[in-house]
Design a protein around this ligand. Structure first.
Ligand SMILES: CC(=[NH2+])C(=O)[O-]
Length: 128
C-alpha cells in the first residue's frame, strides 16, 4: 500500500480545508497542487501583471517543495494554466528564470477561467 504524506506550510497559501493538500508525497515523489498568485500572509491575490503573478506562483511552489524536502531543481514536470494564451511570452520570460539548467517537462494550456479569476496557475511534480 502506498503511504500518502500531506505537506503543509504556512509559507504558502492555505489549501481549502477538506478539499486538497498543498502537496502529497508518495513513493518519493512530490505532487504539488496548483499554485495561484496568492500572498500567504494576506490570503489574497497579489497585484500586478502575469509576470508578477508567475513569480508568485513559483514562489509559493518553492515553499511547498522545501517543506516536502525537495526543491525547484528536482522538479520533473510542470503544468501551466493560463486564462489567456496571449500571456504565453510574458509568463515564459519569468518562468525560464527558475528550475535550473535542465528544464522540467511542461504542458501549458489556456483554460476558460481559473480560481479567483486569476490569469495563471502552476502545478508541478518533483522528486525528493
Ligand atoms: C487553488 C487550487 N489549487 C484549487 O484546486 O482550487
Amino acid at each position: 500500500m502506498t503511504t500518502k504524506i500531506p505537506v503543509l506550510t504556512d509559507q504558502a497559501p492555505k489549501p481549502l480545508p477538506g478539499i486538497y493538500s498543498q502537496a502529497i508525497i508518495a513513493n518519493g515523489v512530490v505532487y504539488c497542487s496548483g499554485a495561484v498568485p496568492m500572498d500567504a500572509t494576506t490570503g489574497k491575490l497579489i497585484d500586478g501583471d502575469v509576470k508578477a503573478h508567475t513569480h508568485q506562483c513559483i514562489k509559493n511552489l518553492t515553499h511547498v517543495l522545501k517543506e516536502a524536502g525537495s526543491d525547484i531543481t528536482k522538479v520533473v514536470k510542470v503544468n501551466v494554466f493560463l486564462s489567456n494564451m496571449d500571456d504565453f511570452a510574458d509568463m515564459n520570460s519569468v518562468y525560464t528564470q527558475y528550475w535550473g539548467d535542465v528544464k522540467p517537462c511542461r504542458t501549458c494550456v489556456a483554460v476558460k477561467t481559473l480560481p479567483l479569476n486569476t490569469d495563471v496557475e502552476i502545478e508541478c511534480i518533483a522528486v525528493l
